[in-house]
Design a protein around this ligand. Structure first.
Ligand SMILES: NC(=O)c1ccc[n+]([C@@H]2O[C@H](COP(=O)([O-])OP(=O)(O)OC[C@H]3O[C@@H](n4cnc5c(N)ncnc54)[C@H](O)[C@@H]3O)[C@@H](O)[C@H]2O)c1
Ligand SMILES: N/C(=C/C=C\C=O)C(=O)O
Length: 487
């Protein structure tokens, strides 16, 4: 690690070596608005070096057995776990999230990602059929694809980066990862553990920088046959265009406009605290967060009263405060974007029941320039409003009434996204029925964010293409071959 003038200086990690870059980007502490880190502003030259390193490492790594690769992933998980507190502190400072969320969700899940895929890689089966009348046996085999480009967003930095690195290298690929330029620190810290874990040079390469500069050089490189991307739809469109000439394999995990549907027989004592958390956890900067709440009319007033009370109890504070429920948004630009939606809602005649422009946020003097805002609840908003149609990706949620099951399903499905949903009802028949009719890749009933990594994760419609999970990631990061043997 280099430090210049008290600033953290990150370096690219290529071929097992940390390399300086010719230019750097400022990276900010969201809780103060101050520059505290310099991130390499990498470009084609760095991508070419990373491709060379990944290409050189591929024969050795891909020829190791799943058992050998599994052991390396387990050792990396152990080292990350031993560095949990250091990584949590870094993620908190870099992303603006609370230290408690970083300690209990982000970093433990990053550790688990390596443990999970270290195990699942040992248990995949292939397929076989027989044509006795022709004396033929057919079977499938799978092999790693080659160099994988892994591009990840700024909201759950190490959690989502390792959700790609782990399955990619477990399957025998070598990787070039590009984290978000807004949150690069924990990826860089992870690189310091790779050699000790036994990851050979060139198996994991990390290039830092912006999407248009280093990201586009990576996704358009002819020797990078597959891209796993998590981020926004506009970026996914651009990556699809750039990769199309090379017919690359694409996994696209994109945005959401996730509904919560609360029927009159829901258990509000459970529903309300969970829906506050699903709306505002990580400052609402989780693709699975709830941003539209449909409440059956007979309980609407009771729900609204209790939900606003509970939202006002959701503590916004300095991210390093263990008692804070919510920290700072990622950037000044993102804060202004989120606030602009609240202004639009007001202009449309909606009511802001709490939060931005209604309640007062008290912060210590050193955090006055931080990117903070209060969790905000909007009602009396039309389904056609941009607040009900577009992903805001901040601590803002809309609450509206509904009457019938058929009506609410149609309204919940009336957006271009289809990532996640929650359904709250005491009727088991109703939750099964409604879940099946929702255009979402993930539906939680009477709960939220209980993750089963064995099963497919991802969205439909504009929420993405493909799925991630034990089998899905294995199939994405390998090529299948069908072999016929005539005996
Ligand atoms: N479905 C999911 O699992 C999931 C998870 C987290 C975030 N997201 C979505 O991500 C978005 C927020 O993250 P974000 O602002 O970092 O998204 P983003 O699309 O701006 O950036 C995501 C990543 O892509 C890179 N990038 C940007 N432009 C690029 C280009 N032209 N070529 C190559 N790479 C490029 C960025 O540097 C970053 O690393 C939201 O829409 C959110 O819903 C989805
Ligand atoms: N891929 C996942 C994403 C979760 C939240 C994104 O913002 C996961 O949980 O596996």
């Amino acid at each position: 690690m280099a430090a210049r003038g008290g600033l953290l200086m990150l370096e690219n990690f290529i071929g097992g070596t940390f390399l300086p870059c010719s230019s750097y980007l400022d990276s900010y502490d969201p809780s103060t608005g101050e520059v505290y880190c310099h991130v390499p502003n990498s470009g084609e030259e760095e991508v070419e070096a990373a491709v060379e390193a990944a290409r050189a490492a591929f024969p050795g790594w891909s020829s190791r057995s799943p058992q050998e690769r599994s052991q390396v992933l387990q050792r990396l998980a152990d080292l990350l776990e031993q560095s949990l507190e250091e990584l949590a502190q870094a993620e908190c400072k870099d992303q603006g999230k609370t230290i408690t969320l970083a300690r209990t969700m982000d970093i433990p899940r990053a550790v688990h990602n390596f443990r999970f895929f270290a195990s699942s890689i040992l248990h995949h089966t292939s397929e076989c059929t027989q044509m006795d009348h022709l004396g033929c046996l057919h079977y499938t085999v799978r092999a790693p694809v080659g160099i994988a480009a892994l591009i990840s967003p700024w909201n759950l930095p190490l959690y989502l980066l390792t959700w790609k690195i782990a399955p990619a290298i477990a399957a025998g690929n070598t990787v070039i990862a590009k984290p978000s330029e807004l949150t690069s620190v924990t990826a860089w810290m992870m690189c310091r553990l790779l050699e000790k874990a036994g990851v050979p040079p060139g198996v994991v390469n990390v290039v830092f920088g912006t999407g248009p500069r280093v990201g586009e050089a990576l996704v358009s490189h002819p020797d990078v046959p597959l891209i796993s991307f998590t981020g926004s739809q506009p970026t996914a469109e651009r990556i699809t265009q750039l990769s199309a000439p090379h017919c690359k394999k694409l996994s696209l995990e994109l945005g959401g406009k996730n509904p919560a549907i609360i029927f009159e027989d829901a258990n509000l004592d459970e529903c309300i605290p969970t829906t506050v958390r699903s709306s505002f956890a990580n400052q609402g900067e989780i693709c699975l967060c709830t941003s539209r709440i449909f409440v059956q009319r007979s309980i609407y007033n009771e729900f609204l009263k209790r939900f606003v009370e509970a939202t006002r109890m959701w503590k916004v504070g300095v991210p390093s405060d263990p008692s804070a429920d919510m920290g700072a948004l990622i950037s000044q630009a993102h804060l202004e974007k989120v606030r602009s939606y609240i202004k639009k809602a007001r202009l449309e005649g909606a009511r802001i029941l709490c939060g931005e422009g209604v309640d007062t946020l008290n912060l210590p003097p050193r955090n006055q320039a931080g990117y903070f805002m209060l969790p905000t609840v909007i009602t009396d908003v039309k389904d056609e409003s941009c607040c009900m149609k577009e992903e805001i990706f901040g601590p803002v949620t809309c609450v509206v009434p509904f009457d019938s099951e058929e009506e609410v399903i149609q309204r919940a499905n009336s957006v271009k996204y289809g990532l996640a949903a929650t359904v709250w009802s005491g009727s088991v028949g109703r939750v099964h029925r409604v879940a099946k009719k929702l255009q979402s890749g993930l539906v939680w009933t009477n709960c939220w964010l209980i993750r089963e990594l064995n099963l497919p994760f991802g969205g439909m419609k504009s929420s993405g293409v493909g799925r991630e999970g034990a089998r899905d990631s294995y199939e994405f990061f390998t090529e299948v071959k069908t072999i016929t043997v005539k005996h």
